[in-house]
Design a protein around this ligand. Structure first.
Ligand SMILES: NC(=O)c1ccc[n+]([C@@H]2O[C@H](COP(=O)([O-])OP(=O)(O)OC[C@H]3O[C@@H](n4cnc5c(N)ncnc54)[C@H](O)[C@@H]3O)[C@@H](O)[C@H]2O)c1
Ligand SMILES: O=C(O)C(=O)C[C@@H](O)[C@H](O)[C@H](O)COP(=O)(O)O
Ligand SMILES: [Zn+2]
Length: 350
């Protein structure tokens, strides 16, 4: 575990003392969206005094406009830089709040209380923060490790199935990049996770958080080490989100299609073990995740992804950096795929 982040998976109520200690008798500044607040606000407010700041639901929150409004409210409250800001919500609330926390008065602590599967298994941990700008996903952001992450799987009981599936895509990612046994476990327990079964979700979150922490500790600032592997499916996925119009296709859905494309490309190039495509297609099919561009309304538009992929932040010296598979359970980063090869692959992608 990272020394700088205290991470707990379990009932939020059992962390009331930790929150009170942080609050020091004053209300905590808490960023959330109205829907999450209506469902979970009372539970949090019963544990500790909070002053909520509202942002829109989903990807729309990750904008200059809402960053400015959030910073404005912090300044209006004369929020001291020593005091943590709390993010209660999904990855979008977390990414925006983390970014605001990293720049407000040159940085103050952030505590994540993630309420979606995706946020509990991935986005609340590791310190990547961002807003979208100029039509590009996560164009502006920072690395800012949270002081504390309190992930309560009970929150997932109110999350709809589409959002649960989107989170499951990131869970699948953790198996696909480094752990075939975990991949098989997800295949067997996908339905339990999607049904918000507390045991299955706790196990998924605990596994993914530990895997992410280990990778992040080895390459905190994403400087060409293992952290790039967490971007499996994302080079295609972020391009899919941008081409569809940010917020139209859920991040996890785009990542699912991206993982399928990356697996297909890996096998087409003779890099991935034969049968990898079938394993990935079976996993996405049985969990009800999209796997084709047409599932995102982008059938026949594969080539439109390329300009976005050419701008991916992993790229070096104008070469596209891709995360490909040797087999399900072993990923690697490469910049050796020519843009023409990629263009022809995307043309045929359907
Ligand atoms: N920083 C990172 O490392 C990282 C990792 C993965 C994804 N992300 C980012 O996270 C974002 C996606 O996050 P997300 O998938 O959590 O979705 P989201 O935050 O965009 O939207 C979540 C939606 O579910 C609702 N919701 C949240 N919790 C709920 C609950 N318990 N019950 C009912 N409804 C609830 C919200 O109101 C909202 O409409 C993307 O912008 C993505 O880029 C960041
Ligand atoms: O934490 C990371 O590192 C990741 O890549 C996790 C991803 O799931 C996440 O979507 C991240 O926000 C992608 O970041 P980006 O650097 O590709 O913008
Ligand atoms: Zn992601």
């Amino acid at each position: 575990m990272n020394a700088r982040t205290e991470i707990m998976v379990g009932p939020l109520a059992s962390h009331a003392e930790a929150l009170e200690e942080v609050a020091k008798g004053e209300p905590l500044f808490l960023v959330t969206d109205p829907h999450v607040w209506s469902l979970q606000g009372e539970l949090v407010a019963d544990l500790v005094d909070v002053v909520p700041h509202f942002v829109p639901r989903g990807e729309d929150a990750k904008s200059w406009q809402h960053l400015q409004a959030l910073i404005g409210d912090l300044a209006a409250a004369n929020h001291p830089r020593s005091r943590p800001i709390v993010a209660l919500g999904g990855g979008s609330v977390g990414d925006l709040t983390g970014f605001a926390a990293s720049i407000y008065r040159r940085g103050c602590p952030v505590i994540h209380i993630p309420t979606t599967l995706l946020a509990q298994v991935d986005s609340a941990v590791g310190g990547k923060t961002a807003i979208d700008a100029e039509g590009e996903k996560n164009l502006v952001g920072s690395f800012h490790l949270p002081a504390m992450v309190l992930a309560d799987p009970a929150f997932l009981a109110t999350l709809d199935r589409r959002q649960m599936r989107a989170g499951l895509a990131e869970v699948i990612k953790y198996g696909a990049i480094a752990d075939p046994d975990f991949f098989a476990w997800v295949g067997a327990h996908g339905e339990a996770i999607l049904s918000a079964d507390a045991n299955a979700c706790t196990r998924a979150a605990t596994h993914c958080i530990a895997a992410k922490q280990a990778i992040v500790e080895s390459d905190l600032y994403d400087l060409g080490g293992k952290r790039a592997l967490l971007n499996f499916g994302h080079t295609f996925g972020h391009a899919i989100e941008s081409v569809a119009g940010l917020g139209k296709v859920l991040h996890g859905e785009a990542v699912a299609i991206g993982m399928m494309l990356a697996t297909r490309l890996s096998e087409r190039l003779g890099i991935a073990e034969p049968g990898s495509i079938e394993l990935m297609a079976d996993m996405l099919g049985r969990t009800g995740l999209p796997s084709r561009l047409s599932d995102a309304g982008l059938g026949g538009r594969g080539e439109e992804l390329l300009p976005y992929m050419l701008r991916d932040k992993k790229n070096r010296d104008a070469r596209v950096m891709l995360i490909l598979l040797k087999r399900i359970g072993e990923a690697f980063a490469t910049d050796e795929i020519e843009a023409e090869t990629l263009a022809s692959f995307l043309r045929d992608a359907g």
